[in-house]
Design a protein around this ligand. Sequence first.
Ligand SMILES: *Cc1c(COP(=O)(O)O)cnc(C)c1O
Length: 400
Amino acid sequence: MNKIADYIQTAKLESDKPFCAFLYDLDHLRAHVQARVDSMPANTRYFYAIKANSELPILRALAPIVHGFEVASIGEVRKVRSVSQDTPIIFGGPGKSDEELIGALEHNVSLIHVESMHELRRLNELCAKRDTVMPILLRVNLRGPLPTATLAMGGRPTQFGIDEMQIAEAIQLAKSLPHVKLEGFHLHSLSNNLNAAEHVKLVKYYIERIKGWAAEHDLELSYLNAGGGIGVNYADLEDQFDWDLFVGGLQPMLEANLPENMTVLFECGRYNTASCGYYAVEVLDIKENHGKTYAIIRGGTQHFRLPVSWQHNHPFVVVPSERWEYGFERKGVEDQQLTVVGQLCTPKDVLASDVTVPNLRIGDVILFLYAGAYGWSISHHDFLSHPHPDHIYLGGDDHV
Ligand SMILES: *Cc1c(COP(=O)(O)O)cnc(C)c1O
């Protein structure tokens, strides 16, 4: 983080434009993800789900490290192919058009995660026309109860995957179609799980489910896709997902339970890129209104929607700047409870509410931490037509 703060302080000396940027520490990103990949047990593969952050310098940094990329649109397929012609791509998503499926075939995607019976029939027909056979996983929405608490995509009604109640029918259909090859199942069912022991239990539960289906339907399976969903603790940065506990538990669990010739795929998004990214914004104003103190930043939720979408106070630190060019006194607060808001004309443009800040002056920079996943990528950039932030990549060949 020091190199990020140094960068901001230097930039502040060089320009009088209010600072507003996403900054990425690519050295941190590479080291963090390499350590995950290196510690994964045998019979696993570690993919990056690029919807968390699909900026090209991020993909370029990760391409040599991860086993491949998980994508959810043809646009994401193209982004990956623009950085690597041959890295493995696995392709999911609840609504894939014919154009996307054809594009996936043309871009040499390794596996398609099929999410409905209709999609299965369509893919078979498109492959027949091209005289090819596509390896697939069936995405299943499990009925549960799942052995963990934090659920989002499965174990309840959602638009994702095929209802576990219809799995026999889906398997029979897949077996009957000559241009798709059923290689396994995709069971991504939760997001932002912070409990490493529970994550091992979840993968074990997945293995039990697919072993049951394989036995019942006489299937030769190659893959279980256990999805992503490893979390980031935004409320307490010191208490993150215990990776060593996870891989330490995963290895013996897989040795005991995973059928030979099967590989477990992981496709994490948030966990890979959150910690390398920062959203740094200058304080334009500080004021009191109806008894509350507000810090108004150059930027807002149109750049960084994550805190509103998750309804949390996003963690930040203050990077002080000595630059002050007005001929009147600079306003600041000390040990003050305040709410950090953006430039938008909506009361929802809030990034942190009622947090106590030791020192903050107009012209200082608020540095939001863990902003590298689902930040810029999920935001409504042109609402109110303010200028976009800069995107700065430190520690790579990519300077923008
Ligand atoms: C979003 C998504 C992921 C990544 O989820 P994270 O919570 O960011 O790890 C993985 N797989 C699928 C199918 C997804 O939709």
